[in-house]
Write a protein that binds this ligand. Structure first.
Ligand code: IPD
Length: 279
């Protein structure tokens, strides 16, 4: 049977490439910073411009009004962040905005597509490295058209674990985040890393460079595309308490296998965050 979402998948890859070129070619003016939820939650003209390009092209291509859109910058401006059964695009135009502003060389365009609340495909374009990661449900994961798979390491002592500290700098949360990182580092693991973009972090797990990435405080647009890529590369997604992964919960562990995921989960100090779809 023909894939009902093939056109959407192919088009998402094309749009991600166009968006990545805009980010790569952004002039100095376009990295000028404004803040959103707090002093370290950054946004630039480029985030807004790229989101407009992506959503505009998707609407033009699939513009019969049946598709919904959840985009980081649209939500920041008050658009709803509710996942319904309708075909829905979930978009982070510039994942790693802080990196982008500082010239730290990991920035990704993240585009996912869900139908009936199930993720159908994900595209992550790590545009400064020119790496196009993509995965279609049931059809494997790829980087620049080469198949990728998660690492087969089962021994936590031989792992590299990725995490991030996000933008919430309240002392209670930062203390829990660093306490978790300290415990994981002292298991010991080979190393702790963080690229500054959740989407890229997930692709690093999918391609076997790291065994796991976890974070509390990420948003659905940071991880939706990466979630398909990790799964299709043979990995798994869980909630930070070991329960089922919930895209809107802002909590996630992605890992190469359950042994590594469970060992990480044992150390995670959970703190409360407001869900993406909270009223
Ligand atoms: C951020 C990045 C970062 C993660 C934050 C995200 P943004 O996304 O993915 O790695 O730690 O939680 O908000 O704001 O650059 O799109």
């Amino acid at each position: 049977m023909a894939d009902p979402w093939q056109n959407e998948y192919d088009f998402a890859v094309q749009v991600a490439r166009v968006a990545g070129a805009v980010i790569r070619n952004a002039g100095e003016d376009e990295t000028k910073v404004q803040t959103k939820s707090c002093a370290v939650d950054l946004v630039t003209q480029t985030d807004e411009r790229v989101e407009k390009i992506i959503i505009g092209s998707l609407k033009e291509q699939f513009g019969n009004g049946t598709h919904c859109f959840i985009g980081e910058e649209s939500v920041a401006k008050g658009e709803p962040c509710i996942l319904t059964d309708k075909p829905t695009w979930i978009i982070d135009p510039v994942d790693g905005t802080t990196n982008f502003v500082h010239g730290f060389p990991f920035v990704a365009v993240s585009i996912a597509f869900a139908v009936n609340k199930e993720l159908e495909f994900g595209v992550v374009y790590s545009c400064l490295e020119d790496k196009m990661y993509k995965a279609r449900k049931g059809k494997g994961a790829f980087c620049n058209d080469e198949p990728i798979k998660v690492s087969d390491v089962n021994d936590i002592n031989k792992s590299i674990i990725i995490s991030e500290h996000g933008t919430d700098r309240s002392i209670e949360k930062v203390t829990k985040i660093f306490s978790t990182m300290q415990k994981i580092l002292c298991i010991p693991v080979h190393g702790l890393r963080g690229s500054g973009t959740a989407a890229t972090n997930m692709c690093l797990v999918a391609s076997g460079a790291s065994e796991a990435f976890f974070e509390i405080g990420i948003h659905c647009w940071d991880i939706a595309a990466g979630a398909v890529i990790v799964k299709e590369a043979g990995g798994l997604l869980l909630d930070v308490d070991g329960g089922p992964f919930d895209l809107m919960s802002r909590r996630m562990v992605s890992a190469n296998n359950k042994v590594i995921a469970d060992r990480i989960i044992k150390e995670i100090e959970i703190f409360q965050v407001v869900r993406d779809d909270a009223p």
